[in-house]
Write a protein that binds this ligand. Structure first.
Ligand code: NAD
Length: 484
């Protein structure tokens, strides 16, 4: 098998196997063929990962931030040099077109390592003057051993979004990729080793949910950062609470994208396409509820359909292809059931809706119009290429409807009116808002959810606060008095 790794896990600088663990078949979504076979971690593997991380973290934290940063930036350079090979691997792991993976996966991971590598040497505390010459100072300290648990849609990027700030702050990380996409994190571990990250500082442990749960439950773990669904988030958050562990939760969404009738039509259509069909719709922040003001509804739909008809669906390794398969048969079935519900509940299917007659897990890009707020396709996260177009009349009405969801990951507005853009952005109940663009998540800007979409933020300087804590040291310059 072409993509078979040396072994399933990477612990203490070495590939490690325990073939008694439950089998994990890695399936190429474009063909359905098994491209690698791994094993879920046994308790022995989990123990090795935890004990080596615990020891290695102290050594890593003792290095200066500048040294740690240099190593992370070296890892970023290696990723960029190997971008094409890493992208081929990511395409086989996820089914995403090579046209996407060469620009949005390993390279986004490199950006994160470069950004947090740059910050590593700047992490300081502060001096706090107090009365009578006394003072306090703060020391920014790592949390210790952190666990990262990934989803399957952006395996390399998610691993880097967690590892880069964790390692910059002097933590060790045990990363458990999604069982659906286990391959690229192993390559990242190899690259870290090559760049000079000490053995044990970044360990990769494969497995199903039970392996994630075992890691979260261990007393040696100080922090858990999960990217996944709301239901997993609830379990992991609850398990972490027992040990009062720090958490970051990057969960699901059902984000609104509002198009006012003064919007630049082509930009708005681009936003709707990027926000629904990139990565075959498998993006947490997607703007899957597209509210279109009634005055431009028919022009919007006409333009949208013309452009969706140009999507090049096919072999993800073909550089011309821009729409690939879904990640798995299971996910495709879930999405098909939502398409059936959309029809049953009275939405108008304007394009797509069918599985393609070819091997692999291909669904057409699908658009429903005349969707109303109560329909399942307008309320629940589908995580596939299904866009719901809803009509609206006024700004006040649409902002209220946009916010009428338990989720709050992202939101977007297309309009040329400056004051309205800012008003609507202020009104959104969402962690990340876009004006005349959609779905950007650069390393420099905070990313994360409000309401049930999550806790904490990734990317940006804010992530540093989620992977470190402040120790306060009080210094007296005076003789200490007591009442008796
Ligand atoms: P999932 O919740 O099924 O799995 C996520 C990870 O959690 C996997 O690695 C899984 O093995 C692990 N896991 C499952 N049960 C566990 C448990 N009890 N304890 C510890 N770990 C456990 O999610 P998925 O299907 O892989 O990904 C899709 C979901 O992820 C969608 O809801 C999507 O919106 C969300 N997502 C969010 C973001 C974000 O940044 N907010 C990004 C990508 C995906």
């Amino acid at each position: 098998m072409k993509f078979q790794p040396v072994a399933s896990h990477f612990i203490n600088g070495l590939y490690t196997e325990d073939a008694t663990g439950t089998a994990i078949d890695v399936i190429y979504p474009a063909t359905g063929e098994v491209i690698a076979q791994l094993h879920s971690a046994t308790p022995r593997i989990v123990e090795q990962a935890l004990s080596s991380a615990k020891v290695a973290q102290k050594q890593w934290a003792a290095m200066s931030g500048v040294e740690r940063g240099r190593i992370l930036r070296r890892a970023a350079d290696i990723i960029r040099i190997r971008n094409y090979d890493l992208s081929v691997l990511e395409t086989h792991d996820t089914g995403k077109p090579i046209q996407e993976t060469t620009v949005a996966d390993a390279s986004a991971g490199a950006d994160l390592l470069e950004y947090f590598g740059g910050l590593a040497g700047t992490l300081t505390g502060e001096h706090i003057p107090l009365p009578n010459g006394d003072f306090a100072y703060t020391v920014r300290e790592p949390l210790g051993v952190c666990v990262g648990i990934g989803a399957w849609n952006y395996p390399t990027q998610i691993a880097c979004a967690k590892a880069a700030p964790a390692l910059a702050c002097g933590n060790a990380m045990i990363f458990k990729p999604s069982e659906t996409t286990p391959l690229s994190a192993l390559k990242l571990a190899e690259i870290f080793r090559e760049a000079g990250v000490p053995n044990g500082v970044f360990n990769v442990v494969q497995g199903y949910g039970d392996v994630g749960a075992a890691l979260v439950a261990d007393d040696r773990v100080a922090k858990v950062s999960l990217t996944g669904s709301l239901s997993t988030g609830r379990k992991v958050y609850a398990a972490a609470a027992g040990g009062m562990k720090h958490v970051t939760m990057e969960l699901g969404g059902k984000s609104p994208l509002i198009v006012f009738d003064d919007a630049d039509l082509d930009s708005a259509v681009s936003g709707a396409i990027i926000g629904n069909f990139y990565s075959s719709g498998q993006i947490c922040s997607n703007g899957t509820r597209v509210f279109v003001q009634k005055g431009i509804k028919s022009a919007f739909l006409e333009r949208l359909l013309a452009r969706v008809a140009n999507a090049k669906v096919g072999d993800p390794m073909d550089p011309e292809v821009n729409f690939g398969p879904m990640i798995s048969e299971r996910q495709m079935k879930i999405v098909k059931s939502y398409i059936a519900k959309g029809r049953e509940e009275g939405a108008r299917l304007v394009c797509g809706g069918r599985q393609l007659d070819r091997p692999g897990f291909y669904l057409e890009p699908t658009v429903f119009a005349e969707v109303t707020d109560g329909m399942s396709i307008a309320r629940e996260e589908i995580f596939g290429p299904v866009m719901s177009v809803l009509d609206f009349d006024t700004e006040e009405e649409v902002v209220t409807r946009a916010n009428a969801t338990e989720f709050g990951l992202a939101a977007g507005v297309f309009t040329k009116e400056l004051t309205r853009a800012h008003r609507v952005a202020k009104g959104f109940e969402a962690g990340t808002c876009y004006v005349n663009t959609y779905n950007l998540a650069p390393a420099e800007a905070p990313f994360g959810g409000s309401k049930l979409s999550g806790v904490g933020r990734e990317n940006s300087k804010l992530a540093i606060n989620h992977f470190s804590e402040m120790k306060t040291v009080y210094i007296s310059m005076n003789v200490l008095q007591a009442p008796y």
